[in-house]
Ligand binder design. Structure first.
Ligand SMILES: Nc1ncnc2c1ncn2[C@@H]1O[C@H](COP(=O)(O)OP(=O)(O)O)[C@@H](O)[C@H]1O
Ligand SMILES: [Mg+2]
Length: 345
């Protein structure tokens, strides 16, 4: 499999300013060093509780914000043999000149706020095209109509404002805008979370079929595990600015090795009254990313924490082919979980 993106030690720290002089007094470690390979044509799911750094990761990859440190190597189509471009360290003007900006796009959670309410649908979709190439008149309009068709709308929708669409249709416009520049990679940041349940699956199916027809690579961010199970090939689990587990989606669901992944999975309700669900309930809230706990950052909520976990941060280590986990006790995890269930019920 070919890599499209390689993240190396990617960090984003936001300064917290304080005092009369507005000096930097601390930092929010929103994204605290992640290494990740994304393969061409895959849908990589990213899950984790709110505030763990998912949106920051997506924005840092496509350079919607400047990472504090680290690299994002992009292997563009047609330049596989050449050196990859480090998106994190290349000037924005150079990214534009190299035609890379349009190759990386993002769809946001809430189309009501991500679409300009004062712009017609056709101008919304034309906007990203105009920033990278000169096109106008008939040619541009035809292209926009083709894009509308691709996302399940028609030319009748060209001259409407965002408020004239339903939530699902608005998200279709946002998707049309994202694919307008013929991207190779799209970050989908909770693209269905703000929609009515009845239209969520329609948008998911649209995204799935677009991925196939256009040969796209997705980073699909969500806090909804069943959505990830449905749509993604691999799944990365984030906790407090770091990836704690990553594997094929099937493996993550059938043989998770990190206690946090176990806890997330056991929180999915099972619609069966006979079934007595076995749960790992985590105590407490997610700690603040300003001062993440020493050692393993999950130890304060982990039912299995040991001495070592409080002292040393576990690295994200490959334990099986393509299955990586950051836990000192991963090899004992199956036994620990079995024991936990035996004694807790
Ligand atoms: N512009 C910002 N300034 C300061 N802190 C921020 C900013 N954006 C996000 N954060 C903080 O960074 C952390 C991660 O945020 P985010 O990436 O939005 O998480 P998620 O998408 O997983 O909910 C949160 O603690 C959030 O409060
Ligand atoms: Mg978010």
């Amino acid at each position: 499999m070919q890599k499209i993106l390689e993240l190396k030690g990617l960090k984003k720290h936001y300064p917290i300013l304080g005092g009369v002089l507005r000096r930097e007094v601390n930092t929010v470690k929103a994204l605290d060093g992640i290494d990740l390979d994304i393969y061409r044509g895959e849908c990589l799911g990213m899950v984790g509780e709110s505030g763990c750094g998912k949106t920051t990761t997506g924005k840092a990859i496509i350079r919607l914000l400047d990472p504090t440190c680290g690299n994002v190597y992009y292997h563009g189509k047609g330049q596989e043999s050449g050196d990859p471009v480090d998106i994190a360290r290349t000037k924005k003007s150079a990214l534009k000149r190299l035609g890379i900006r349009g190759k990386l796009q993002m769809v946001f959670q809430d189309p009501t706020t991500s679409l300009n309410p004062r712009m017609l649908a056709k101008h919304i979709i034309a906007e990203p095209i105009k920033t990278i190439e000169r096109q106008g008149g008939r040619e541009l309009e035809d292209r926009i109509i083709a894009l509308l068709k691709l996302v399940g709308l028609t030319r009748d929708h060209l001259l409407r404002y965002p408020h004239e669409f339903s939530g699902g249709q608005r998200q279709r416009i946002a998707v049309a805008r994202a694919i307008a520049t013929n991207p190779e990679f799209i970050v989908l940041d909770e693209p269905t979370s703000a929609l009515d349940v009845s239209v969520q699956s329609q948008i998911l199916n649209l995204l799935k079929s677009l991925q196939e027809t256009l040969g796209l690579t997705y980073l699909f961010i969500t806090h909804h595990l069943l959505v990830v199970k449905y749509i993604s090939d691999r799944t990365a689990v984030m906790y407090l600015g770091k990836i704690v587990e990553i594997a094929n989606t099937e493996t993550v669901f059938s043989r998770p090795l990190h206690p946090y992944t176990h806890a997330l999975l056991s929180a999915i309700p099972i619609p069966d009254v006979e079934h007595k669900q076995r749960r790992i309930v985590l105590s407490g809230d997610v700690p603040s990313p300003v001062n993440p706990p020493h050692g393993c950052r999950f130890h304060t909520r982990c039912p299995f924490n040991a001495d070592l976990c409080r002292k040393q941060e576990p690295p994200l280590k490959e334990v099986e082919n393509g299955h990586k986990v950051a836990c000192h006790r991963h090899s004992e995890m199956e036994n620990l979980i079995a024991k936990w269930f035996a004694t807790s019920q």
